[in-house]
Write a protein that binds this ligand. Structure first.
Ligand code: GCB
Length: 595
């Protein structure tokens, strides 16, 4: 799916700003037709942002149900004759959109874009009303899943099995943009090497009347290095400059749709990073060279804006990643804004791109395990066919959006699902197969929680890489780092012996209250977090199959209140406002030791 872009044949308008907003806990708006007129009793709401923390009422923060957004947009008169598209980069978790009185789009899934051709519904040279109802309810048929508890006093409370706050709203930019009626609708690029020559395959999909198609590949200085014609072809670039970790070198593929007289009907510029990814035995290779992941699981999370995309925060986070010596991160636990992937592409940061399938596990809630007997996760009334159908669609939309990003080297189809029950295999086999069918160029994995030793997990063989989230010394044996070291090493060796696959530790860490200090090992102190990371690192360095370490978490983040949480999850190496804890300096010393 192509991003909106400005260019000689295309123009885009951001609809960012203050919109009208009204909560609708009773769901009255759909029956009363609130899209038909200016929203009564509306307040201002910023877009993009989560709405939850903008106003100081618990009824806003904890709202469950529909929330209405509305704005008026001017469509330039010069756009007459163009194809006009309304695009939402994200509406969490589902939305219905109207232009004036007409419904133009409906979308399920809170972290991938959707759009509608609104040419027939807008009036160029006039003001048009856009109304969006965003719904934040989680169910067994949503990704992520959840349930709603009806309280005797009439309140509805959202319950979920994941450990981050259920922020909702229009989290990412909203665009109104044009393409010509005949236009380029999709581009798929694959890259390989033939010795030092880059081999770039492309496929262009287009819609409408055009005579031919031309592509030109330019290097970063703008010089043409290869050209071809036709919708599908291969380009060869001698002495190619590869995209590599730490070297975000990008070429640009300019695609032109031509009329019979050679006039450009539509043009699109697609950045291209030439790189390969391969899993060979217990190695993860980028451009044929073993790669070791250093970095974090992150969240899109900040004060006030919640999960709202913010360029200032994004650039700051990347600067902190560089400062600390990280070369990678995982988009835990949902696809991040595409701006983040563009940035990672341009700066050579490696990304594990994850779907929003988190909490598919009734035996664990956000890292905290149920005590006692295991319950059945997979059943017609819980994680079942409906969940799987929505999950498959989430994978399709993720791959469609991220397939051309060189920074993305691995798909993670889920975080910590139940991987022990036999039904897990029936649930995951089609997902792994579909991900590979959609993208044969990248390995596929899921992040595994400590529920099953390698011989009891029923899905590992379906995947290419073992991603492990481990909390020895925290949830298991809190305070006992000696026991943690022994147990971690024993388990990692068992994984390495049972499966001939690379292992990335995608989570390890400890909640840490900034400023709490202690001489003796004491959970929640800054020293304990730093010591725990040091212990894990000693073990990683002793086990060859470990090809990566991603600390949980980059920064403290908001989550559901509970006795395990002090004003959010505090496993950040940085605080929520991005100040370093002691552990940050330990990581920097390790990750930048060769500089
Ligand atoms: C996990 C989850 C993550 C939690 C983390 C924790 O295993 O994957 O979402 O936030 O543990 O801190 O408990």
């Amino acid at each position: 799916m192509l991003c909106p872009q400005d260019g000689p044949t295309r123009e885009r308008r951001s609809l960012a700003g203050l919109w009208r907003f009204r909560l609708d806990a009773e769901g009255a708006g759909r029956t009363e037709g609130w899209w038909r007129s200016p929203l009564a009793g509306a307040v201002d709401i910023p877009v993009p942002a989560s709405y939850n923390d903008i106003y100081p009422e618990a009824t806003v923060r904890d709202h469950v149900g529909d929330a209405w957004y509305q704005t008026d947009m001017w469509v330039p008169a010069r756009w007459a004759g163009q194809r006009i598209v309304l695009r939402f980069d994200a509406a969490t978790h589902r939305a219905t959109v109207w232009v004036d009185d007409t419904e133009v789009a409906e979308h399920e899934g809170g972290y991938t874009p959707f759009e509608a051709d609104v040419t027939a519904h807008v009036r160029p040279g006039a003001e048009n009303r856009v109304t969006v109802v965003v719904n934040n309810e989680l169910s067994w048929a949503s990704i992520p899943p959840g349930t709603i508890e009806e309280r005797p006093d009439g309140r509805r409370v959202q319950r979920y099995l994941h450990d981050f706050f259920n922020y909702a709203g229009l989290h990412r930019p909203v665009w109104l943009y044009t393409t010509p009626p005949a236009h380029i609708s999709d581009i798929t690029v694959t890259t390989a090497f033939d010795d030092t020559t880059g081999v770039i395959g492309y496929q262009v999909d287009s819609t409408g009347e055009a005579d031919s198609l031309r592509v030109s590949l330019r290097d970063a200085s703008g010089a043409e290095v290869a050209a071809a014609s036709g919708a599908v072809a291969t380009l060869r670039v001698p002495d190619v400059h590869p995209w590599a970790p730490g070297d975000g070198y990008l070429y640009e593929l300019e695609v032109s749709l031509l009329s019979a007289s050679g006039e450009v009907i539509d043009g699109y510029r697609q950045p291209v990073g030439v790189r390969t990814v391969e899993v060979r035995g217990r190695q993860f290779l980028i451009n044929g060279t073993p790669f070791y992941f250093r970095g974090f699981g992150k969240h899109e999370d900040a004060a006030v804006r919640g999960k709202g995309h913010d360029d200032a925060l994004m650039v700051h986070d990347f600067a902190l990643l560089e400062w600390i010596g990280a070369n990678s991160f995982r988009t835990s636990h949902y696809p991040y804004a595409e701006e983040v992937l563009d940035y990672a592409d341009r700066h050579g940061v490696v990304v594990i791109s994850e779907t929003a399938a988190v909490g598919l596990n009734l035996n664990i809630g956000g890292g905290v395990f149920n005590s006692g007997k295991r319950v059945s996760t997979y059943s017609p009334d819980t994680i079942g066919e409906d969940t799987q159908r929505v999950h498959l669609q989430a994978i399709r939309e993720l791959v469609a959006r991220d397939k051309n990003h060189p920074s993305v080297v691995l798909w993670s189809v889920a975080n910590e699902p139940d991987n022990v029950q036999p039904e897990a295999r029936d649930y995951f086999a089609p997902l792994a197969a579909e991900t590979r069918r959609l993208d044969p160029t990248r390995p596929v994995a899921y992040a595994n929680a400590l529920l099953a030793p390698p011989d009891q997990c029923v899905v590992t063989d379906l995947f290419d890489v073992v991603l492990l989230n481990r909390y020895y010394g925290w949830y298991f044996g809190p305070g006992d780092l000696e026991a943690a070291e022994t147990a971690l090493e024993a388990e990692l060796r068992q994984w390495a012996e049972t499966h001939d696959k690379p292992i990335i530790i995608t989570e390890y860490g400890a909640d840490t209250y900034p400023g709490l200090r202690s001489i003796v090992p004491t959970p929640w102190t800054e020293e304990y977090q730093a010591d725990l990371l040091d212990v894990y690192h000693r073990v990683f360095d002793r086990v060859d199959a470990v090809v990566g370490e991603q600390v949980w978490n980059f920064a403290d983040f908001a989550t559901t209140a509970g006795v395990f949480r002090v004003d959010g999850n505090k496993k950040g190496v940085f605080t929520r406002d991005r100040r370093p804890k002691t552990a940050a300096f330990h990581l920097r010393a390790r990750w930048r030791k060769d500089e």
